[in-house]
Design a protein around this ligand. Sequence first.
Ligand SMILES: [Ca+2]
Ligand SMILES: [Ca+2]
Length: 95
Amino acid sequence: MHYVLLSMLIGALLGGGMAVAQSSSEPAKPPYALSKFSDQFKAADKDGDGALTREEAKNANLTRVVDNFDRLDANKDGKVTREEIRALLRSRVSI
Ligand SMILES: [Ca+2]
Ligand SMILES: [Ca+2]
């Protein structure tokens, strides 16, 4: 199975709402999000403290983080950690 390729493809199409997967009854939310997000997170975390402020997310054009910042920031410390993002992704994506 070309699962990685498919994941990348879906990642590129994200937001288009196109269901590439075989199942049409479920939303197309592949597990690509976690690994891809990890890279984006690292790149966005300019001061390397392991958390993203709204500014860092904005500067890195992580619009999904900026848009959902308040929901992502579960403990309301003004920063979004990898764990917080993971927790939200898990709650929205049934893996
Ligand atoms: Ca940071
Ligand atoms: Ca937080």
